[in-house]
Design a protein around this ligand. Structure first.
Ligand SMILES: NC(=O)c1ccc[n+]([C@@H]2O[C@H](COP(=O)([O-])OP(=O)(O)OC[C@H]3O[C@@H](n4cnc5c(N)ncnc54)[C@H](OP(=O)(O)O)[C@@H]3O)[C@@H](O)[C@H]2O)c1
Length: 275
């Protein structure tokens, strides 16, 4: 699907490196068809030591021959990129943006370009376990959609959605998701230390419990509530802990947190008046 496709990265930090690594390791694109652009020569050298890709400090040079341009800078750099690239992209070039919070409209106006894929990835993409939710403009053709799917597949799982509104939902759920999971993990580890486990042992218990629980849930058709019931003996220790969590309002707190994050994402994208 991506054979003979030239892919250029504008910004070559953590996320670009993760995508380049996925593409090269999985043999989806020949390294000589990849170009990474970044102001930091040290960063470019670091990637080049791993993969024999082309590197440049000129964004203009990077996009010249590219079929796909991946925007992987911080969102606040988008305007500067737009000034540089707005009249330089071929009309059929696909722009794939992973910038959090930058809407298709804003990217389109800033770059004066209409073939755009917008993706909401998450940080586990850096170990190829990401969850990417993406959508695109109607000018993106079927081949380009399949190419986008292949690129995002190199980062983990991907889901295409018809409307950008789902990206605001994904921002709240899977985009911020790792932060919520880490908070829960941190609290559990601290609770383990409070009881008397060493921090290392508490961490091992918690990491493996998360990994095992996800693997088990994925291996069965059972609803999470049923899986939870199976661990909860009547009058037992788990029932006691769950009672305390529910009494503390954990379920309502989670629901409210995600809803508020969704509204905030819409506000930042200019879709809601109050943030
Ligand atoms: N990290 C994640 O897991 C994650 C998850 C979801 C979404 N995202 C989105 O992915 C994007 C990239 O995130 P990241 O974590 O990879 O950031 P990052 O590591 O900071 O990488 C951005 C790179 O862009 C470079 N850069 C700055 N100005 C540039 C310019 N004018 N032209 C070309 N390159 C330029 C930066 O160089 P300097 O450091 O020298 O400035 C840096 O190397 C962000 O927009 C973020 O919202 C990231």
């Amino acid at each position: 699907m991506l054979e003979d496709t030239k892919i250029s990265f504008i910004g070559s930090g953590a996320m670009a490196t993760a995508i380049i690594s996925g593409l090269c390791e999985q043999g989806l694109v020949a390294p000589q068809h990849i170009t990474a652009s970044d102001p930091s020569t040290a960063q470019l050298e670091k990637i080049r030591q791993q993969y024999p890709i082309n590197t440049t400090s000129s964004n203009l040079e990077a996009v010249k021959e590219a079929n796909i341009v991946v925007l992987a800078v911080k969102p606040q750099t988008l305007r500067a990129i737009g000034k540089e690239l707005k009249d330089e992209l071929h009309s059929e070039t696909l722009v794939l943006s992973i910038l959090a919070g930058s809407t298709i409209d804003s990217i389109s106006q800033i770059l004066r370009h209409d073939r755009i894929v917008r993706v909401m990835p998450n940080t586990p993409a850096q170990v190829n376990k990401g969850m990417s939710v993406w959508t695109c403009t109607e000018q993106v053709n079927d081949t380009q959609k399949q190419q986008s799917q292949a690129i995002l597949g190199a980062l983990g799982e991907e889901i295409f959605v018809e409307s950008e509104k789902f990206l605001d939902m994904a921002t709240a759920l899977s985009g911020g998701g790792p932060a919520y999971v880490y908070l829960f993990m941190e609290a559990l580890i601290d609770a383990g230390v409070h009881m008397g486990f060493s921090r290392d042992v508490a961490q091992q218990l918690v990491y493996q419990t998360f990994e095992g629980s996800v693997a088990f849930a994925r291996s069965t058709d059972m609803h999470p509530a049923e899986l939870r019931n199976r661990v909860t003996s009547p009058g037992g220790t788990t029932a006691e802990a769950l009672y305390q969590l529910e009494k503390g309002g954990i379920r309502a707190a989670i629901s409210k947190a995600i809803w508020t994050a969704y509204k905030k994402s819409r506000y930042l994208g200019g879709l809601e008046k109050n943030g």
